[in-house]
Design a protein. Sequence first.
Length: 328
Amino acid sequence: MARALITGITGQDGLYLSELLLSKGYEVFGLIRGQNNPKLDLVRATVPEVKLLTGDLTDLSSLLRAMESSQPDEVYNLGAISFVAYSWENAMLTTDVTGKGVLNILEAVRLYSHDDPHKVRFYQASSSEMFGKVQEVPQRESTLLWPRSPYGVAKVFGHYMTINYRESYGMHASSGILFNHESPRRGPEFVTRKISQAVSRIKLGLQDGITMGNLDAKRDWGFAGDYVEAMWLMLQQDTADDYVISTGVTHSIKELLDVAFAAVGIDDWAPYVTQDPRFMRPAEVELLIGDSTKARTTLGWEPKVAFTELVQMMVANDLVEQRAQAGR
């Protein structure tokens, strides 16, 4: 039985990846930060078969203990402070967790497998936010990185550190440069879930409108459940490498609003949406669209869920949740 350790197991990717690995017969271990983690019950309810370990990406000793306890064949580092807007308010903490945390987990893997650098296969969750002020459209593995947020800068550090450990120590360490991926499990602070929840509440008469930032920003949105399969496929390759994971199709926030409101029978969303400069990024990333040719040809991976289906899925889920919470 293969064994896997997942950091960031409380996030949408961690939950979907856990389900995927369990379905493939893995023994799965998840790293949880803090004894009173508010998402602990969610993980236990969603993937009760996962064995939970206490640890923190900022604490190397806890990661070494987690390695010894789980004795993994594969390590998936999904842990990060991943809300971009938050990273400007807490740049140092974002750097410690999202950036230096990658170095800590890489070092824990290296020390654990010092006798055989291929003993453990490592996956790093890199991000399309690393491209930032895009220098090429679409973006591929060779595109110059120009991050436009503390989060993006921290991800670049972790990305290059993963490459450095691969080249310096011969580790099987791969990075997935994942473009925006969403799901009904996405946190409500992210714009896609913010919209799907608000639209559901507007439909149910629970709120009057939604306040947004830049409506013209464009993203390459896919389904998180599809993207975790790409993570797993990377670690099944004989040679470690880096891959862009994307749909190759871009949509604006306005298009997202079109689909979300249409899903509840509202054709004109203008009366319900206002803009506020507080929700604008200090340095905006205007257009992200990925070229995942390498992943499609080498890994045999393709996204299955299209944009419209994804947004409709999220709205349908939030309608059920909000109706239940309102007792309707």
